[in-house]
Ligand binder design. Structure first.
Ligand SMILES: Cc1cc2nc3c(=O)[nH]c(=O)nc-3n(C[C@H](O)[C@H](O)[C@H](O)COP(=O)(O)O)c2cc1C
Length: 169
């Protein structure tokens, strides 16, 4: 898919078909994530692939929307703070790194005809329990992964003139 079509075609998919995600597509998604740039190339992340079948009830403890478990897979992008780069003023770049990784993953998913939805409003305590995360691991973003059963609506965005300044604030 052309890049222009890709960034216009990605949307938050909130209805999924039950069809499985092919293994070769999963491999391409992992490669897209792996190729993402991270601060100082630390790659301080792990992706957890979760099969939803038979786990709907416990997964809904993490995010209580019916469509969250409609797709065959849910992905959890985790950050590992102690592995991440820290600027000299102690500003840690973990969240930026994981966001770039997830964006690579999500745009590749769009490229492959798959649907995703960034989810941050999940219950982190439930995620820790259900996924048995060690204390040193931060669950940062979830997405379902599967074939869309809905359609994109009109994108509502601010005009570029409201978002861009030149030379100084
Ligand atoms: C960091 C982040 C967190 C988000 N968290 C949620 C969420 O918890 N639940 C949800 O339904 N959508 C969530 N979204 C999706 C946004 O609502 C959506 O991207 C935005 O409204 C623009 O719509 P679009 O993705 O269809 O272009 C999140 C998006 C981002 C980037």
């Amino acid at each position: 898919m052309e890049y222009e079509d890709l960034i216009r075609g990605r949307y938050s998919v909130r209805a999924y078909k039950p069809d499985p995600v092919e293994d070769d597509k999963l491999a391409r998604l992992f490669d897209a994530a792996r190729l993402a740039p991270t601060a100082a190339n630390r790659q301080p992340f792990q992706l957890i692939v979760i099969h939803t079948q038979g786990r709907q009830a416990e997964l809904r403890r993490i995010y209580h929307r019916e469509w969250f478990t409609q797709a065959p897979l849910v992905i959890c992008a985790c950050g590992i703070p102690r592995q991440s780069w820290v600027r000299e003023d102690q500003r840690r770049y973990l969240d930026v790194d994981v966001a770039i990784v997830m964006d690579h993953f999500i745009l590749e998913a769009t490229n492959l005809g798959l649907g995703t939805c960034w989810i941050a409003a999940f219950n982190a305590k439930a995620a820790r329990e259900v996924l048995e995360l060690p204390d040193e691991v931060e669950p940062l973003i979830f997405t379902p992964l599967g074939y869309p059963a809905d359609q994109q609506s009109v994108k509502e965005r601010k005009d570029a003139s409201e978002l861009v300044r030149y030379e100084k604030w």
